[in-house]
Design a protein. Structure first.
Length: 365
């Protein structure tokens, strides 16, 4: 899975760069505002087509530039080697190419770069909206079940069609759409439910290594009452659906419920504990992905020192090392992590005023 070479131009304050990262752990250090997070942001955009720092991409592109360009050489032990490039323009245009051939969707690129990020806003996985947790589930299902993307697209299309009928107030057409809607909803639900069942023991083991004092329960809510048939629910809710103009029940309302001793975890855990739980969720996804595909996740960890206390921080580092995956970790001080944790083959990169320098040899001398 590792990125063998990375080229970036036109991203925030970063100077044009060409990096040969370690296939293992990469420590990226520098002062606040130097460009450390921008490097991780570029990697995230390359993999997911969006920024983790802003809902728009325009602020990512340097003020004096019309486009940003990201390029990587990938060496995947199962899928082979590939050259993946992305160009995003200020006017909204985008181009994605794999080995010189244009791709039609970001999903085709994401298959090559399964990237997870742990950063200051990661705890929203617990405290944020149910959509945050649905996206978490769907990342895992997408990367292990190749049929899931088409199942999800089919469901979204049928949901839009059903909602359009509801807004127009045409109940006679609902009988036409509901059969297909329920079939598509059940397919999405089966894939999500099976994934969470497989993830649960991996999560519990990972959490015990991060913090064995936490008692966390995960449960999956499909978006309707588990004991009821979705078709029956749609019939019962039809009048109300027509009044409000959208569908109340279905996978679009699914939820991953995360509780501590039976209480919503976001309500009772400290900020530090929440981050430990989220880190365990992210790491367990990578471990399950590795077990089921024999491929590795790439982890981006932004400002690790401020996210976890020392005990949790080095437990996380040990788990990352055990995964034997490619990792990019930022910190202000070069020795805040690497003095106590420096896996074999790791590299050091210093960032100053947007310029990134490989200091691996200097730091080891």
């Amino acid at each position: 899975m590792p990125i063998k070479r990375l080229q970036i131009s036109g991203v925030r304050n970063l100077q044009p760069l060409s990096l040969t990262p370690s296939l293992g752990v990469n420590f990226i250090y520098g002062e606040n505002g130097s460009g450390k997070s921008s490097l991780l942001e570029a990697l995230y955009i390359l993999a997911n087509g969006k920024s983790f720092r802003h809902h728009l991409l325009r602020p990512v592109i340097q003020h004096e530039m019309d486009t940003c360009v990201l390029f990587s050489e990938i060496d995947d032990n199962r899928m082979g080697t590939a050259r993946l490039g992305v160009q995003r323009s200020r006017n909204g245009d985008k181009a994605i190419k794999l080995n010189g051939e244009a791709l039609h969707s970001q999903a085709e690129a994401s298959v090559w770069l399964p990237v997870q990020i742990i950063e200051p806003n990661t705890f929203k996985l617990l405290s944020g909206s149910p959509q945050e947790r649905r996206q978490f589930i769907d990342w895992g299902v997408f990367h292990v079940e190749h049929s899931f993307l088409n199942q999800w697209r089919e469901f979204k299309k049928l949901l839009q069609q059903r909602n359009a009928v509801l807004k127009k107030g045409e109940p006679d057409w609902l009988d036409v759409w509901d059969k297909g809607f329920v079939k598509a909803a059940n397919a999405v639900n089966v894939a999500r439910k099976a994934y969470i069942e497989r993830l649960l023991p991996v999560f519990q083991h990972t959490l015990s290594r991060l913090d064995d004092n936490l008692d966390i329960q995960l449960s999956f809510y499909p978006g309707w009452e588990r004991s009821s048939d979705l078709m029956d629910i749609l019939h019962k809710q039809r009048e109300r659906d027509l009044q409000i103009g959208h569908t109340q029940s279905g996978p679009q309302r699914a939820e991953l419920r995360i509780k501590a001793n039976g209480i919503n975890a976001a309500d009772v855990l400290s900020r530090g504990q929440q981050k430990a739980v989220v880190a365990a969720l992210k790491l367990s996804q990578g471990l399950l992905f590795q077990q089921e595909t024999e491929r590795s996740t790439i982890y981006l960890v932004d400002d690790l020192a401020s996210e976890l206390d020392e005990t949790h921080r080095f437990a996380l580092c040990q788990l990352l090392e055990d995964l034997k995956c490619q990792v990019f970790i930022t910190s202000i001080e070069h020795n805040s992590i690497s003095d106590q944790w420096k896996p074999e083959g790791s590299k050091m990169f210093h960032v100053e005023h947007g310029k990134i320098t490989d200091t691996t040899q200097v730091e080891t001398e």
